[in-house]
Design a protein around this ligand. Structure first.
Ligand SMILES: Cc1cc2nc3c(=O)[nH]c(=O)nc-3n(C[C@H](O)[C@H](O)[C@H](O)COP(=O)(O)O)c2cc1C
Ligand code: SF4
Length: 518
């Protein structure tokens, strides 16, 4: 049988040299007069091992990584096409502890299949959820999603079933499904990974959402920094259309659904759902006041479901296995699994899908392996650039929406950025204000003006200008922004500042004058 070699085409792997490894493999195959089929997959999400090369053997797949072009000849010498032993051998990928400990529901196929092969997708359980949905009434689909306990993975954790029900119940001649693929939070890449590694699961999820709510048209609002995802999504949408998954009769049914990708222009605020809608309508992305809710009056004034990529991509498994199956994972009101993205100064950075409930310490220390620099972890930021910083003292917090909120934290899109003990928390606090000043849409004063004033106050603090007074002003300013901003951009910018002040007060103490002068 012709050997099969799998190498990711995911942009994380490409950034680490996957394309060069493919070229080296092709050259070596030719030089040795050998033949093999090279299949391009998504990534398994173990980024410190990328480029990870896998080969099909009689006993399943065997992985090698991280592979450099200079390793390729030695891999052939070791008989890697038959799974031969080599120092880079990782054994069976599913036995690598980082993967073995995961519960992959949403990412079950990612890194395994050819992302643009519908046959591969179906062979690995794809389209079962959509087929089940087609045999149900729209309301039954909505109820199944409600039953699953799925909450929006974009940040706010709003129950997906309730959102779908509102759109389902709102009569209109046209409704829309909008997928939020703006993925602007620091340390996040789950949306990108699934769009590049298993785009059909998103297409299937959006189609299910369309049938459930009566929407016939979908848009994926994709951040401009994701050109590979753009190409793969377009390829997959075109395959889905040719195969009758999308179009006037979804899988031969009475339902019509089609979609397209729209690329943003690089503004963080355009990830906020109403600014996103403005941008999608061709306007400058400005936050809209609510009500009306997008579910009542969204895109072009029509009822619209706006969901994050992961929320939508999690619905096929719910419709395949049933709401109770999904709900059985997790803790408290955080049901199902969450793809945690471990990033920053961390040894084992990557994607870790697991049921809610692991503690932050388990994730950072055991799974992430601590810092890449080998220095002690001092702080982590979970939930994006406007989320609070947690010290080690809060590492016993379980990964659960309510448990995080009880400690003034947020899960957001589940990106974790790790910092070692060299981090300067005053600098991080200033960065939050600077980020807010740069990204503010300008609609409301606390955010537009407050963020710039916040930078100035923190600069004065750094320069020892009446430090006690600056601490009073920054606390007051943070309260004004938190309670007076129209959206979460201005409303959350104070969180990194307040948490840094609370948990790392030593970084805000006046510097002795002599030291400050040095
Ligand atoms: C400033 C700002 C940026 C946001 N960026 C994103 C984003 O990049 N992706 C996302 O899915 N949601 C983002 N959100 C949340 C969205 O407004 C919205 O809650 C989400 O798309 C709803 O989908 P979900 O219910 O599936 O989470 C952002 C919110 C704010 C305030
Ligand atoms: S908080 Fe900032 S981003 Fe949000 S509406 Fe106000 S100015 Fe715009």
């Amino acid at each position: 049988m012709r050997p099969i070699v799998y190498i990711p085409r995911d942009s994380g792997a490409l950034a680490l040299g996957a394309e060069k490894v493919v070229r080296a493999l092709e050259k070596e195959l030719e030089a040795r007069g050998l033949d093999a089929c090279i299949v391009r997959t998504g990534s398994r999400g173990l980024y410190w091992l990328e480029p990870m090369v896998e080969v099909e053997t009689d006993d399943g797949r065997v992985a090698y990584g991280p592979v450099a072009p200079s390793d390729v000849a030695a891999l052939f010498d070791a008989g890697f096409l038959k799974g031969g032993a080599h120092p880079l051998s990782l054994g069976k990928p599913e036995e690598i502890p980082y993967l073995k400990r995961q519960t992959r529901l949403t990412f079950a196929r990612c890194g395994i299949i050819d992302p643009v092969s519908l046959a591969d997708y179906e062979a690995h359980g794809g389209l079962r959820g959509l087929r089940n949905a087609l045999a149900m009434t729209p309301l039954e689909i909505v109820e199944e999603v409600t039953e699953s306990g799925l909450r929006g993975r974009g940040g706010a954790g709003f129950p997906t079933g309730i959102k779908w029900k509102t759109v389902h119940d709102t009569p209109a001649d046209q409704k829309y499904i909008v997928c939020n693929a703006d993925e602007g939070d620091s340390g996040t890449f789950a949306d990108r990974m699934i769009m590049e590694g298993d785009p059909f699961v998103l297409i299937e999820g959006m189609t299910i959402a369309g049938i459930a709510t009566g929407a016939t048209r979908g848009y994926i609002y994709l951040r401009s920094e994701y050109p590979h995802a753009h190409q793969i999504l377009n390829e997959a949408i075109s395959v889905a259309r040719q195969s009758g998954v999308l179009g006037p009769s979804v899988l031969g049914s009475q339902y019509a659904f089609d979609m397209e990708v729209r690329v943003g222009a690089g503004a963080y605020v355009c990830g906020e759902e109403t600014a996103l809608l403005d941008s999608l309508e061709g306007k400058r992305g400005m936050v809209r006041a609510k009500p009306p809710l997008p579910a009542h009056e969204g895109l072009f004034g029509k009822p619209t479901v706006i969901n994050n990529v992961i929320s939508l991509a999690s619905t096929p498994i719910i419709l395949d296995k049933g709401g109770p199956f999904y709900r059985d994972f997790g803790m408290g009101r955080s049901r199902g699994t969450i793809p945690i993205q471990i990033a920053g100064n961390v040894k084992h950075g990557g994607l870790f899908e697991t049921a809610f409930g692991l503690t932050l310490g388990e994730i950072v220390d055991d799974i992430g392996g601590g810092t890449a620099t080998g220095r002690p972890v001092r702080a982590v930021q979970v939930g994006g650039p406007l989320a609070p910083y947690f010290p080690r003292a809060l590492f016993d917090t379980p990964f659960d929406y309510e448990a995080f909120a009880a400690k003034d934290g947020l899960i957001g899109h589940a990106g974790i950025v790790v910092f070692d003990d060299t981090v300067d928390m005053l600098k991080q606090a200033r960065f939050a204000m600077e980020f807010c000043a740069v990204e503010s849409c300008g609609k409301c004063t606390p955010c537009r003006i407050g963020s710039t004033r916040g930078m100035e106050v923190l600069d004065r603090l750094r320069n020892n200008v009446k430090p006690e007074r600056q601490l009073e002003i920054v606390t007051d300013l943070c309260n004004t922004m938190k309670f007076g901003s129209l959206c979460a951009l201005g409303g959350f910018a104070p969180y990194p500042v307040i948490s840094a002040l609370t948990h790392f007060p030593e970084d805000f103490r006046p510097t002795p004058v002599r030291e400050a002068a040095e």
